[in-house]
Ligand binder design. Structure first.
Ligand SMILES: Cc1ncc(COP(=O)(O)O)c(C=O)c1O
Length: 401
């Protein structure tokens, strides 16, 4: 029981009036253990001077939730601290923060350099920007010299993913950051596949982005994105994000903050299981190939061991040779491990890049990225790896029978 409540004046109002008025906040001498979910879309401001002070940054406070709200600010601050950045902002999805970034830093005539093989919608986003007078060129994330060749005098942004999807090529973040610093351009790293495995900002990146929908949310019940970096730049990105209506909502921010609490232990467990499973799958003759940077057979294994102090990630991609066998495995294992084209859930899930994340691309585009219809991407969760291994063995037995 609260020790004392503030008793609002209760004059003799009509029921419509009394009920229409929101209650005053409780005045109690305790604090909630868990940060409250604050759904308010708008905030009461005591005076015009306070409005001015908040908009001019002289006082802290909130006015309109699209411009910022408590659950967003708490989540953004925690993610900025996790990445060693000055400030952060949270958008309505991973794509929302990518859009806010590009709309904030690019203008007509600007050039963006994009790593080959980034998430399909990121590719599509930069292709959309061509209509607004932005030019795009591509480079190999594993090869900083190829970035040097892709830069122009108008390059304002270089965009790369730490681990590519689905073959998990490892970006040479330190080398790319060096090239960007020399050229005076911003390096943005989509770190969705690799939270806590390394800190891109320590390696010289300016901006880090996450699809919070994935490992940070961790339970497939949030759609959100986050971006962290220098305070002034994040302020510009947040302002652009608010103008374009891209701000993350309170409930998803609250859920993501709850997911973030367990990120480190979830990640550690899933990374360990991913390595165990990748090693075992590699010994199975029914699997044509296993792609995992923690395996000596991966082309970027050496770089991964230097760059990824937190382990080689929770994603393992296997090649079963053709679409028919991939489809058969998906159906054989469906009762235990669902085909659900996302990643980062507490439960292990499967995806099929050719029909989902890389859908709509030509066979030539697939070939250029090493994608085949036999590839299945595993997002490893928190199950015991022995159980996962038994389930894969049983399913592989069924498709080979
Ligand atoms: C690497 C990467 N970046 C960005 C996104 C976009 O995130 P969202 O789905 O939250 O918009 C995804 C989504 O799958 C992704 O895999």
């Amino acid at each position: 029981m609260p020790s004392r409540l503030t008793e609002p004046d209760r004059p003799n109002l009509h029921a419509e009036t009394a009920l229409a008025r929101h209650d005053a906040a409780l005045s109690v001498s305790t604090q909630p253990m868990v940060p409250p979910l604050e759904l308010s879309a708008v905030f009461q401001v005591p005076s015009l001077d306070v409005v001015d002070a908040i908009y001019e940054g002289r006082e802290s406070g909130f006015i309109y939730a699209r411009d910022g709200h408590p659950n967003l600010v708490q989540l953004a601050a925690k993610l900025a601290a996790m990445e060693g950045a000055e400030a952060g902002w949270v958008g309505a999805s991973g794509m929302a923060v990518e859009s806010a970034l590009m709309l904030a830093v690019l203008a007509q005539g600007a050039h963006v350099a994009l790593a080959n093989g980034v998430y399909g919608k990121t590719n599509r986003l930069t292709n959309e920007l061509v209509r607004y007078g932005v030019s795009v060129s591509r480079f190999e994330a594993t090869d900083p010299e190829s970035l040097r060749g892709a830069l122009t005098a108008q390059t304002r942004l270089v965009f790369v993913e730490t681990l590519s999807n689905p073959l998990l090529r490892v970006a040479d973040l330190a080398g790319l950051a060096r090239v960007c610093r020399e050229a005076g351009t911003l390096l943005a790293v989509d770190h969705t596949f690799a939270p806590l495995l390394c800190k891109p900002i320590e390696l010289g990146a300016n901006i880090v982005l996450h699809s919070v929908t994935k490992l940070i949310g961790g339970h497939s019940d949030v759609t959100l994105g986050a971006i962290v970096g220098p305070r002034e730049l994040i302020g510009q990105i947040a302002a652009t994000g608010s103008t374009f209506g891209l701000t993350g909502n309170p409930f998803d921010c609250w859920l993501a903050a709850r997911g973030l609490v367990t990120l480190a232990v979830r990640s550690r467990q899933a990374v360990q299981s991913a390595l165990v499973l990748a090693q075992r799958l590699e010994t199975d003759p029914r699997v044509k190939r296993v792609h995992y940077p923690g395996l000596a057979s991966h082309p970027d294994h050496k770089l991964a061991t230097v760059l990824l102090g937190g382990g080689c990630g929770t994603i393992v991609t296997i090649d079963l040779g053709d679409r028919h066998r991939a489809n058969a495995l998906i159906q054989a294992i469906a009762g235990q491990i669902p085909f659900a084209p996302s990643l980062g859930d507490v439960a292990t899930t499967l995806s099929h890049p050719a029909t989902t994340s890389h859908r709509g691309q030509s066979p030539e585009q697939w070939a250029a990225q090493g994608i085949t219809e036999g590839l299945i991407r595993l997002s490893i969760g928190l199950e015991h790896p022995d159980d996962l291994w038994s389930e894969f063995q049983a399913a592989l037995g069924q498709i080979s029978a």
